[in-house]
Structures are given as C-alpha cells and as structure tokens.
Design a protein around this ligand. Structure first.
Ligand SMILES: [Cu+2]
Length: 349
C-alpha cells in the first residue's frame, strides 16, 4: 500500500473552500451542465475559472462471463483457487478549469483512488491454501493526471446549441506497482484491476454536444462520445485496453436553482495487452490475474439531482447522481458492476 493522505486534510480543504465561496459575489452567467459523472461536458467564457471536487463510489459484486452470471462454485470448478467476491472503488477527484479565451477551455483533473477487494479461497483445501478463507486486498494513492483542451467548434446564434472537441491526454502519475499483504505471501503484486494508473501516456479524444430550450419550460440535453487510446507498453510490460464511451443525457429544470437529469451510457473497452510477469504467475489461481479476463461492454442508466443556488451562492453547483448497469457483457470471468454514486461540487469564478 502506498502512503495515505488523511481524509481530514482533504475534507478540510473542501470545507474551507465551500465556506469562502459563500461570501464571493459572482458574475458568471448560468450555463447548462451535463450530469456530474460526465467530464468535460461544458466550456467556459474567457477568463472564467472553475474549481471542482467529485466523490465517486463504484461497487462491483459477483462475476460474469459474457451475459452469464457465474457463481462462486463456477469459478472453483474452472480450476481457480481464489474467487473475488466484491470490490469498491472510491475516488476523490480535484478539477480545475480555465478559459484563456472564448474558444478554448483548459481542464486538469487529478484523482485520488482507494480500491478494496474482498476474496475467498476454494471450499477445498489445496496444498498451502486453506479452505473458505476470506481476505481483503487494498490499494490507495494518486491516479492518472489528465489535461484536456476543450475547443469550441460550433455555437448556434441563439446560444442554445453547442459543440466542442475534447482533446485530452492522461499522464501515468498513478502507480502500477501496488502490492499488499495476503495470508499466502506478504507484499504480493496486485492484479491489473487493483492498480491505480494505466502506466502509459493515453490520449482521450472526444466530441460533446449540448443543447437547451430558449423559452417556456426549460429542458437541456446533450451527448458525448469519448475514447481512451493507449499505445506501447508500460514499465511492467502491458497496456490496458482502449475505451469508447457514449453518454447521452436529458434534464428538466424545475426552477432556476434545481434540475433533475437522466443519463444513458454505453461503454466498450478492451482486454489487457501483454502481462505483468509478477501478476501472470497467478493467472491460473485467480481470474483477475489473467489479462484475457478484462474488457467488455456495459450500458448504464443514471439519475441525477443538481442544485445551482442564486444570490450569494451563485456560481456554485452541487450535484449527485446514482447509476446502475442495465446490461453488461464481459470478457470473463470478470467482476460485474453494481451501483455507482457520484457527488460533486463545482465553483465557477
Ligand atoms: Cu467548468
């Protein structure tokens, strides 16, 4: 496990900034944002800044291969000695946006990640491995830093249709050398799913459309197609699979300070190319150590609630979204996604 940043120091920063922002008058005009789980959904006008904090809690539970749910017994019958039971990933994400001019907005995002996986050994004792032994592995630390230029390419004359490009790069600031102690061996290398970064410089292109009604009841909507393209191999001899994601959303604005949103998304991603030799040694013992047991497709539905208060709190937005998969097809055996919560605070100034 890498060094811990105490949660107190993180929250202290967040609380301090929230408090300060209460007293800052704001001249930023309201714009329509996508759900909080969508990154790079909006651009800013010249000289606007935005600071944001997101908390994400993603849960995985059970296993699938293709469309089929697998039981724990299926894993052991396939010859594995250890089955993953469930996994939680918590992410604290700091974001900073700045628009040097009306055409380009720069965005920086730095995640801090904690992953916890619960596992269990086979009900049959095998050699050194005790039967039905439950244990946990944990990894924690900085994830990959991403830098993105959001470039406006079209805005309708009424300013209600907007299109921009997302030109992002992700730098390998996240560790790919996370280890933890287990009952079998101390300081064992953790599988790909438990690492904090990709280990490669990745390109993150995307295109985002957003629109809103001009008069009458207010609705807003949007769509974003984005990808993660990875090249070469990282220092441990592998690269994660490429990703493609389509997000679409629709929001109803009940008043000028509150809206609710629905989001539908589809994500496709590939398996791991190459192997970390320390991990490959365990590929017949535990499904997560096999580079073929990665990749698949997931369709999600997300419901969001957004507050954007006026007067002295103007410029702030508080948002929460709960999402759940409605369909998943995984190269397996692989852990299946369950629900995800994303909560965030954005402050434009
Ligand atoms: Cu922003």
């Amino acid at each position: 496990m890498s060094k811990r940043l105490t949660f107190f120091s993180k929250y202290r920063y967040f609380i301090f900034l929230s408090f300060i922002s209460l007293f800052v008058m704001n001249h930023t005009h309201a714009s329509f944002h996508g759900p909080i789980s969508v990154m790079g959904d909006h651009t800013h006008k010249k000289d606007e800044w935005m600071l944001s904090y997101r908390y994400m809690n993603m849960n995985m539970d059970g296993l699938k291969s293709g469309n089929n749910n697998l039981s724990r017994a299926d894993i052991f019958n396939a010859g594995y000695m250890i089955a993953p039971l469930d996994m939680t990933m918590e992410m604290h994400m700091l974001g900073l946006m700045y628009a040097p001019n009306d055409s380009v907005t720069l965005m920086l995002m730095l995640p801090y990640i904690k992953k916890e996986m619960q596992l269990v050994t086979s009900p049959m004792k095998m050699g050194m491995v005790p039967a039905n032994k439950r244990f946990e592995t944990v990894s924690e630390g900085m994830g990959d830093l991403s830098l993105t230029a959001l470039v406006n390419v079209f805005e309708s004359s009424q300013h209600n249709h907007h299109l921009h490009l997302n030109l992002g790069v992700s730098l390998p600031t996240g560790s790919i050398d996370e280890r933890d102690d287990t009952f079998m061996q101390n300081n064992i290398k953790l599988p790909y799913a438990m690492q904090l970064g990709s280990g490669t410089v990745d390109f993150k292109p995307g295109i985002t459309y957003s629109g809103n009604t001009i008069s009458g009841p207010t609705y807003s909507w949007g769509a974003q197609l984005s990808g993660v393209l990875r090249f070469g191999k990282n220092d441990n001899g592998y690269r994660l699979g490429n990703e493609l994601q389509l997000n679409t959303w629709f929001a109803k604005h009940w008043a000028d300070w509150i809206d609710t949103s629905i989001r539908l998304s589809g994500k496709w991603w590939g398996d791991v190319h190459g192997n970390d030799n320390d991990v490959k040694k365990m590929q017949h013992m535990i499904p997560t150590a096999d580079n073929n047991n990665y990749g698949g497709k997931v369709f999600d539905i997300g419901l969001g609630l957004n507050f954007h208060p006026k007067t002295i709190m103007a410029g702030n937005r508080f948002a929460v979204e709960l999402s759940k998969p409605i369909y998943q097809n995984l190269n397996g055996p692989q852990m299946t996604s369950d629900w995800t919560v994303t909560a965030g605070w954005q402050w434009a100034f």
